[in-house]
Design a protein. Structure first.
Length: 317
């Protein structure tokens, strides 16, 4: 049913665009609710009312909120993120290098966490009920119960304070060799991998176990197929959709976890930039960073849904 698949994919893309529009409205409105006056923060408490009014007019903050929202939204569509209030420079220039650092950290974490999680999720489903399955499941539950900021703090105490193997701060600008690269990324990657791998393992394991309960798997088992062949050739292809959703949902946690990790390890990424912007009430910078995180989350979920649609055997008939 190629026509039905196309309609479903287009419909999902339309829902994503509509959701992104709603999210942009929420992000813009939420930043307006931040306490404190941006102009007074920039000028200081000794500023005269005339100076405050003049700067507010120059920054277009005297316009109605809906007018500023529409102008900001059309600017985003055209690739214009606006000017930073605190630094008086284009937001895009401030985000560029920081976004590259965050994407680099996310890529390294994904390259390590996803294969490991898929391997553990699939193998624990294959050997369900075994000692190996019970040990991995217990570790997963333990990791899920610990918040990422505590994992990061424990990593600093163990590897930086007690063992002194790794630096407590991850400064990406200090990378001149492969060894320094490992030191910079080691603790952030360990922390983020713990955050996203545990949930991914559980969801992958559940998806494979559910696929193993299908009648065609029982038929393959009766024909004498090995456990590995049953999982890889029969169960796994039909569990791609749920597994893709598991990976996407787990990687979406990476977007939230990276805010905490970059702050604790002082990693110069976009999340750290957004946290610093909140303290100075730099609204254009906060809004742009928040929209990048929201866009990344929606992109991951949309890709997972599209993969689930394309891999659905009922729609391929």
């Amino acid at each position: 049913m190629p026509g039905q698949i196309t309609l479903l994919v287009l419909g999902r893309l339309g829902v994503t665009l509509l959701t992104l529009l709603i999210v942009s409205f929420v992000v813009f409105g939420a930043t307006l609710l931040l306490p404190g006056d941006v102009v007074e923060i920039l000028l200081g408490q000794a500023a005269t009312p005339e100076a405050v009014a003049g700067l507010r007019e120059a920054m277009n903050l005297d316009s109605p909120a809906i007018v500023r929202y529409v102008q900001w939204l059309f600017g985003l569509i055209q690739g214009d993120f606006g000017m930073s209030y605190a630094n008086n420079m284009p937001v895009a220039d401030m985000i560029g290098g920081r976004l590259a650092n965050t994407l680099r950290l996310a890529a390294v974490t994904t390259a390590i966490a996803v294969p490991l999680a898929l391997f553990l999720g699939i193998t624990t489903a294959m050997f369900r009920g075994s000692l190996y399955d019970r040990i991995v499941t217990t570790l997963i539950v333990s990791i899920i119960s610990v918040p990422e900021f505590l994992i990061a703090t424990l990593a600093v105490l163990v590897f930086a304070v007690w063992l002194r193997w790794l630096p407590a701060l991850s400064l990406a600008n200090d990378v001149n060799s492969f060894g320094q690269l490992l030191k910079v990324f080691a603790m952030p990657v360990i922390t983020l991998s713990c955050v996203i791998s545990a949930q991914m393992i559980r969801m992958t394991r559940a998806a494979v176990i559910e696929a193993l309960k299908m009648p065609y798997v029982e038929m393959a088992l009766l024909k004498g197929a090995s456990r590995t062949r049953i999982v890889l050739h029969h169960a796994l292809p039909n569990a791609i959709g749920p597994i893709a959703n598991a990976v996407a949902l787990s990687l979406s946690y990476l977007l939230g976890g990276v805010i905490i990790v970059e702050t604790i390890f002082n990693y110069p990424g976009i999340a750290k930039l957004m946290v610093d912007a909140v303290s100075t009430r730099d609204l254009p910078l906060i809004q742009s960073c928040a929209m990048i995180f929201c866009f990344g989350f929606l992109l991951l979920i949309t890709i997972a849904d599209v993969i689930a649609i394309l891999s659905n055997p009922r729609l391929r008939r």
